[in-house]
Design a protein around this ligand. Structure first.
Ligand SMILES: NC(=O)c1ccc[n+]([C@@H]2O[C@H](COP(=O)([O-])OP(=O)(O)OC[C@H]3O[C@@H](n4cnc5c(N)ncnc54)[C@H](O)[C@@H]3O)[C@@H](O)[C@H]2O)c1
Length: 397
């Protein structure tokens, strides 16, 4: 297993690939970007160059570093041009069969020591690796968008991944100036999975008539300290995109009740209300900014205090504890399934989703015992979506 990575190949020169090639070149690696579509390769290399120039102008890195990175980065015209690479990061479209074929072709083009990493967000790395000889060199290397700005990278281990390949990928992540965390190959890895309750539980509260979308968003911003409320976020991502993520989790997780996609969201998607891109989703975007002036409420800092939350709305004291209990519960399920360490889970949500606290920090804040008591009440009323994880029960002691 090649431990000292010097040359990196990036396959797929789109949104992610161009950014990954940029951080690779800035990290000091000889970098080759490949795309089967010549215009996509050209545009990816152009974006890379423009972004290096812009970063230097803003003082994020020096002009000298930008020039050196530009010299290290170049295009590849075929997969065979990646033969000398020690690590290849794949950022091609999210299609399992396409990625399987690509990994087989990469294994033929490169030596058995080359680490092959996928940037997939939702496909199992194990499934991508099935036809690859020497599967021990296949890992996940999951960046966040935009890769040049988002510090988190998840290094994903299958049951076959060799420790050497994982360690080398982690080292590369560090040299790229990212913060690597280790995740087990499992639905959505760490960050996207732990983010599930933020939107799903908010959609359930909306369906239960606890409050409207704008109020839930406000409570999350003012009380929770989240930069954006869940409905603003879904509108930004696109209701259809967020729904297909929800469906993928539900299917991959064996249809657990807490991951059941929201019927409210399904209906809105059927009606063509897709969020900002269609002009309306949970909000209408035709008539200027929709956000109320939060400062008017008079909450200075994020708070769980019921009296403070009631200043936002009568439903305020109900919303945040319920959301945070489900966030704590998801983290507890993830710990039970050993998908990552508690510290990595907190890092994932702070860096990958800009949460003000990680999920285990939230658990400590609300208290595991309070979370369990609330979940038990909700389970009584609404069913198994609120089944507490055994690990959360243990955390009460
Ligand atoms: N966009 C995001 O926010 C994001 C975040 C994290 C991970 N990802 C993952 O990164 C991957 C790429 O996503 P993206 O948003 O950059 O997509 P994109 O559509 O912007 O880019 C994909 C590129 O792959 C090229 N391509 C097509 N067929 C190919 C093939 N057979 N071999 C190599 N390249 C091929 C396309 O020409 C295109 O340039 C996906 O697996 C996605 O799930 C995306």
């Amino acid at each position: 297993m090649s431990l000292a990575v010097e040359r990196i190949g990036v396959v797929g020169a789109g949104t992610m690939g161009a950014g990954i090639a940029q951080v690779a070149a800035l990290g000091g690696y000889e970098t080759r970007l490949y795309d089967p579509v010549p215009a996509a390769l050209e545009s990816g290399l152009e974006k890379l160059g423009a972004s290096l120039t812009k970063g230097a102008a803003k003082g994020i890195w020096s002009q000298v570093d930008a020039d050196r990175a530009r010299d290290r980065a170049g295009g590849a015209h075929s997969l065979a041009d990646l033969a000398e690479c020690d690590l290849v990061v794949e950022a091609a479209p999210e299609d399992l069969e396409l990625k399987r074929e690509l990994f087989t072709a990469l294994a033929e083009a490169c030596g058995p020591e080359t680490i092959l990493a996928s940037n997939t967000s939702s496909l199992p790395i194990t499934a991508i690796a099935t036809r690859v000889p020497h599967r021990e060199r296949v890992v996940g290397m999951h960046f966040f968008n935009p890769p040049a700005l988002m510090k988190l990278v998840e290094v994903v281990a299958t049951d076959d991944s060799a420790a050497g390949a994982l360690d080398a990928t982690t080292e590369v992540g560090k040299r790229m100036g990212r913060t690597p965390i280790r995740a087990k190959d499992s639905p959505g890895f760490i960050a996207n999975r732990l983010a599930r309750p933020f939107t799903l539980e908010s959609l359930r509260m909306l369906a239960d008539g606890i409050a409207d979308a704008a109020t839930i968003d406000r409570v999350c911003r003012l009380g929770g300290g989240f930069r954006m409320g869940p409905f603003e976020l879904i509108d930004l991502i696109g209701l259809d995109v967020n729904l297909s993520v929800a469906r993928s989790f539900y299917a991959q997780g064996g249809e657990p009740e807490r991951w059941r996609p929201s019927p409210v969201q399904e209906r809105l998607v059927e009606e063509g209300r897709l969020g900002r891109k269609s002009g309306h989703g949970f909000y209408d975007y035709g008539d200027g900014p929709h956000r109320p002036v939060d400062a008017d409420v008079g909450i200075e800092a994020p708070t769980l205090d019921a009296e403070q939350l009631a200043k936002i709305d009568v439903s305020g004291p109900v919303i945040l504890p319920r959301l945070l209990a489900q966030i704590a519960n998801e983290a507890a399920f993830a710990l039970e399934e050993e998908i990552g360490s508690p510290a990595d889970m907190d890092t994932a949500m702070r860096l990958g989703f800009n949460w003000p606290r990680g999920p285990l920090e939230f658990t400590a804040l609300i208290g595991a015992g309070n979370a369990v008591a609330l979940l038990e009440d909700l389970r009584h009323e609404h069913g198994n979506a609120y089944q507490p994880a055994s690990r959360l029960l243990e955390m009460q002691q």
